[in-house]
Design a protein. Structure first.
Length: 97
């Protein structure tokens, strides 16, 4: 989708001192707010901004002071996954610490 916005020339000039590519800055601001509000996933932010890895998304969010949307359910799933890997490793090597 193509979105156009119009801002006063003096505002554009003031902003371009900090953000040389105003179109990219607007896209990033929209992606940040979408993620912050929970309307966009990390995968959608990755797609919108053309990142290759989710780690780039995480770095981008961190750089802008946006915390990851990581719920208790996500944590519980990660714990179960970790435990399953540990069990598989123990079965393959009973002497593993």
């Amino acid at each position: 989708m193509l979105i156009e916005i119009q801002i006063p020339d003096d505002a554009a000039q003031a902003l371009s001192a900090r953000y040389p590519d105003l179109s990219r800055a607007a896209l990033e601001a929209l992606a940040l707010e979408g993620y912050r509000s929970g309307r966009l996933s990390g995968g959608k932010v990755k797609e919108m901004l053309g990142f290759v890895t989710i780690m780039q998304v995480h770095a981008f969010l961190k750089e802008h002071g946006v915390y990851l949307n990581y719920s208790i359910a996500d944590l519980e799933l990660d714990i179960k996954t970790s435990q399953a890997f540990e069990e598989k490793r123990s079965i393959k090597d009973p002497h593993a610490a």
